[in-house]
Design a protein around this ligand. Structure first.
Ligand code: ADP
Ligand code: MG
Length: 299
């Protein structure tokens, strides 16, 4: 399976570009779309699942234009929107049964089987008789992915599924996504949380203010930051000064002073050591460089 996005642009109002000429290709596996709030992630996903049309540009799945073949394309997509809501009165299994019927599983016996299997898969079988609207946040999100998966779609699109979950549920949800990803499936996950990507995705893109800032593997992004991430011990006044000069990733109060991790090409004057970057560091590093380039381009 292959998704080809070409020069996709979305203009919401006269001068407001939510997406600017995005070109991307996505093949099998888990694809992470990372970006801060307002980057354009949900816009891109809504266009991809054919709920919205782009202003310009196109998307092809296995060579087929998604808007020309909308009906066919929708059948192969499972979608979990960012603002997913439940019909509050339905029981968990009833909700899933309803989703299954909507997605075209008309045979009652087949539907029962699909619902039971899916409840099992997402770890909600024991909660099957509970009211869907009263499940915990993490359980709701798992029910959300269950309804997206009920028809065994080849393309799964999940928009910020880990936002608002506590750490346990977040890890559980990531593991669930890894489990369902496979050879002949694409999962596209959007998030503003770097750890969601580093623990699950083999491919990623970075969106920033409607621009595609990066596309590649998480490892390649990390490689770009190698040599520019430092750990240094600072006093409080030093920390204040350094903050003005370099992006600071973390500060921890230690007995000997602040242990600071920051991004810099050179740590002139301070006794620091270079450390091996992780994806979180690489993200800060990349965004800092991007921002500087924009600013330079303005002059
Ligand atoms: P993200 O999902 O990355 O947070 P969105 O795609 O939701 O980003 O939004 C991108 C930008 O487009 C934001 O500035 C948002 O306010 C704006 N936007 C989103 N939807 C609409 C809309 N229907 N009409 C006008 N502006 C919108
Ligand atoms: Mg969004």
């Amino acid at each position: 399976m292959e998704i080809q996005i070409d020069q996709l642009t979305k203009v919401y109002s006269k001068d407001f570009y939510a997406l600017k000429e995005i070109s991307l290709s996505i093949s099998h596996g888990m694809f992470g779309l990372l970006g801060p709030n307002g980057a354009g992630k949900s816009t891109l996903m809504r266009i991809l699942v054919t709920l919205m049309r782009p202003t310009r540009g196109s998307i092809h799945i296995d060579g087929k234009d998604i808007h020309k073949h909308r009906k066919e394309v929708r059948k192969m997509i499972g979608y979990l929107p960012q603002d997913f809501r439940f019909f509050s009165k339905l029981k968990t299994w009833e909700f899933l049964d309803y989703s299954a019927a909507l997605s075209g599983i008309t045979n009652k016996k087949k539907r029962d089987e699909a619902v039971d299997q899916m409840l099992e898969e997402v770890g909600l079988y024991d909660a099957r008789d509970r009211q869907a609207g009263k499940l915990s946040g993490g359980m709701k999100r798992r029910l959300g992915i269950a309804q997206a998966l009920i028809n065994d779609p080849r393309l799964i699109v999940v928009d910020e599924p880990t936002t608002g979950l506590d750490p346990d549920e977040r890890i559980r949800f990531r593991n669930l996504l890894s489990k369902i990803s496979g050879e002949d499936r694409i999962i596209i996950l959007s998030t503003h949380i770097v750890a969601d990507i580093s623990s699950t995705c083999n491919q990623m893109a970075l969106l920033n203010q409607g621009n595609l800032a990066y596309q590649g593997t998480p490892e390649e992004l990390v490689n770009k930051a190698r040599g520019s991430v430092w750990k240094v011990i600072l006093t409080t006044p030093e920390l204040e000064k350094v903050k003005e000069q370099h992006p600071v990733i973390s500060t921890v109060m230690m007995e000997e002073g602040w242990e600071v991790i920051l991004v810099a090409d050179d740590l002139a004057g301070y006794p620091g050591e270079k450390i091996e970057p992780d994806l979180e560091h690489a993200y800060v590093h990349f965004m800092d460089r991007e921002l500087n380039e924009y600013m330079l381009a303005d002059f």
